[in-house]
Design a protein around this ligand. Structure first.
Ligand code: NCD
Length: 322
């Protein structure tokens, strides 16, 4: 029955991984699988979102996330509008809420929002009628990235539970790290963070991770090595002595990768800074690196999310759910 695969996600928005149940995450990943298959066909178009309007509202620059959401919406048949902060009224001093209210008056069904401030997307979701998807808010959450990472891992290794995942790099400024830590913990994986103390958040001890400052120990016997970029645009002041020193000590190369399990997978959300957090030799290793697969999974996960939220909204409007 078509309705069944949609019954597992009971929320009006996707604002973060926090608060999701394991069964809800499974439901999103299961539906995403269908879209992975669909996206490998010659004809990728569906009409699930025909007649719906999706606005991608990006207050921060983005390549893969915005393109991915745009493709996802179009493949489901939605009318997709892209708006960025450059060249919009935001540049002219309009507040976030005024922008939201203006767009809301045009009756979008879905708003995909990226914003430099943590919490801004949730605030916006309280002011509009459509479904809101958080495409990254400050250093808070980036839920679809964690979901696409989970899908990539689950397809390669068959499960999430019991795996050891090392996340290494600028954890402090990374919404990708936060969403991944939350998701992996919910799904029963063990998470390690590997970073210098200056790049770890103050509340790291309460995030359910093991902390390592030495990559050799942190990467020992892990199943997954997830590398993150230094988010210099969010840094005020100096967080690492020099990029060269950072690369020597924390950059992933063959020698450091050798501490992980022999078949450990290499992941990176992009954009990569080659020669800073990762060496080209390992980033481009087709046996071990799943970085391009992550991008492919991104479109499928976003299609699944758009589908689930549209379904929820249809039922809400029909008075079937609260
Ligand atoms: C990340 C982001 O924007 O949070 N990129 C992405 O969405 N794939 C990570 C980053 O910018 O480093």
């Amino acid at each position: 029955m078509p309705g069944n695969e949609h019954s597992g996600y009971p929320h009006p928005h996707l604002l973060g991984i926090e608060g999701l149940a394991p069964s809800e995450i499974e439901a999103i990943l299961d539906l995403s699988e269908k879209y992975v298959t669909q996206n490998r066909q010659v004809d990728k178009k569906q009409s699930v979102l025909r007649g719906r309007t999706q606005i991608n509202l990006f207050f921060e620059s983005s390549t893969r996330t915005r393109t991915s959401f745009e493709l996802a919406g179009k493949r489901l048949g939605a009318d997709v509008i892209n708006m960025s902060a450059d060249g919009s009224a935001i540049k002219k001093g309009e507040t976030l809420i005024d922008t939201a209210m203006t767009l809301n008056a045009m009756h979008p069904d879905v708003l995909v929002v990226r914003h430099p401030d943590s919490g801004a997307v949730e605030l916006l979701s309280q002011k509009v009628d459509g479904a809101v998807i958080n495409a990254g808010d400050g250093s808070h959450e980036h839920p679809t990235q964690a979901l696409l990472d989970a899908l990539t891992i689950r397809r390669r290794l068959g499960r999430l539970s019991g795996l050891i995942v090392a996340i290494s790099g600028d954890i402090l400024h990374s919404r990708v790290a936060r969403s991944n830590i939350l998701l992996l913990n919910i799904m029963g994986a063990r998470v390690r963070v590997v970073a210098p103390p200056t790049l770890l958040p103050g509340d790291i001890d309460r995030m359910g991770v093991e902390v390592f400052h030495d990559p050799k120990r942190g990467l020992a016997d892990v199943d997954i090595v997830m590398m993150l970029r230094l988010q210099t645009e969010r840094m005020q002041g100096s967080f690492v002595p020099s990029v060269r020193e950072y690369y020597r000590y924390f950059g992933l190369d063959r020698a450091k990768l050798a501490y992980a399990k022999p078949d450990a997978l290499i992941m990176h959300p992009g954009p990569m800074n080659r020669g800073v957090e990762i060496d080209s030799d390992v980033a481009d290793d087709i046996q071990r690196s799943v970085i391009r697969e992550q991008v492919e999974m991104g479109v499928a996960v976003r299609m699944a999310m758009l589908d689930l939220l549209a379904h929820h909204r249809r039922n809400t409007l029909a008075g079937l759910v609260a």
